[in-house]
Design a protein around this ligand. Sequence first.
Ligand code: C5P
Length: 400
Amino acid sequence: MLDEKRILLIIGGGIAAYKTLELIRLLRGAGAEVVPVLTRAGAQFVTPLSVAALAGHPLHQDLFDLTTEAEMGHIELSRAADLVVVAPCTADLMAKMAGGHADDLASTLLMATDKRVLIAPAMNVRMWEHPATQRNLAQLRTDGVLVTGPAHGDMACGEHGPGRMAEPGAIVAAIGAALGGGPLAGRHVLVTSGPTHEPIDPVRYIANRSSGAQGTALAAALRDLGARVSFVTGPASVPPPQGVTVVRIETARQMLEAVEAALPADAAVFAAAVADWRVTHEATQKMKKGAAGLPVLEFAENPDILATVSRHAQRPALVVGFAAETENVIAHATAKRARKGCDWIVANDVSPATGIMGGAENAVHLITAEGAEDWPRLPKPQVAARLAARIAAHLTGHTE
Ligand code: C5P
């Protein structure tokens, strides 16, 4: 998948550096040449010998070594790669990159390169959430830097949350996608996400508690496998992923229109929590309290986008729906699969006690023609990665 690709791999100083050794192994297994660079801090976590031995390539550590005539200069080193990857990318490296520092070999290479850069951030959750890191992240994205992870989970420091480096397999997938590869290269996948807002009057609307987190994670996971992703989203509380085509809508009817406009697609995943009903007559002016008493809202049924696309003349080869249930999850979801005419249903229990709706984790059942599979409770990005891999396997005919 990465045959004849040369990756300049910068290893920063974080405990996740040990996972980078596995990353090197996977990259070489995929056919890539790995040119390793180890920062001073990185060398506190993995040894130069293990990096060089696994890479099968001399290790670069010192800027001034490289400026001698006999060696390859840092400019050449930074450009003789197809992609520059920073894993783990620490808060400090992110800050240096965002600020344009060049005071050691790694930061100088990152300043000198004319190639795309992919970072795999890894740090303590508070450091990740710190406004300075988030500001640097936004700057790096604006500068065109690709970002994979961080994942949610337990951290070496004993805390829990976002900050773990993406797993080596996920980084390889992101590298493949950045280089135009990946199992879904050349495929178009449509994803709906978020809630819809159904207006009552110019200032009020009916909505639901969907955050859009699962749909967003799914769009990112499909992108990471190389798909071209159309992402039709209602007003979600998480930002849409980079590197996908974003279409923002508010109502169910606008979502249907945007979805139909995005067809044809190879697969479509309907993760949006679409309002079933809208108010029949949206008031043109703000409704007032008054002598007439309490207002009575009359409802009309919204179009069912999933059911419409499942029976569409341009039906994608694979149509996946979601089912958010609060009881009899598998039975209701199995019936829903048949009723809507889709291929798969991703079912979950959204009873308030589960903390799933609006939360960081999801516990799903995948309902297919073969029956129901129970997946373990996982962070939403991991559910997304698993579902995206499953979609890729289905579309390409390769089993996982
Ligand atoms: O019927 P229910 O709302 O539970 O179905 C959920 C599935 O149907 C989700 O995949 C959701 O995105 C989709 N849906 C839709 N249009 C609607 C209602 C639900 O696409 N109007």
